[in-house]
Design a protein around this ligand. Sequence first.
Ligand code: SF4
Length: 134
Amino acid sequence: MIKESSSPNSGSSGNSGNGTELKIVKNATCTFCGCVCDDIELHADDVRIHKAVKACVLGKAWFLNHTAERKYPDALIDGKEATVDEAIEAAAYHLYKADMPLVYGMSNTTCEAQKECVALADQLGGLLDSHTSL
Ligand code: SF4
């Protein structure tokens, strides 16, 4: 049975799993949609999030269905497995050749990744946009 941490700031109790104590993260940010709710309480072990308190159904699906398990290759080029270095080189080539690169999306990314996207768009002299403009 999973035990949740018992710090004074921990939220409601509950369990769901495999005997691992859950860490509780308060005020986590959900970047799944443009609302960017920043008051989510996450209950997680080292592999997955078991509970996302205050998240809507979309946010819960996002948090609970992403894990730290390695299910996919680190990178693909034209649908074929590649190393990260090869993928970075291919991406740099395409971005260098682009007339007006657009860094787009970011709805399923972390705040740290979004920060890197902004920096990349700046460096490229390109455009930045998110899915919320559609
Ligand atoms: S998906 Fe739900 S929880 Fe996540 S930011 Fe949007 S409204 Fe908030």
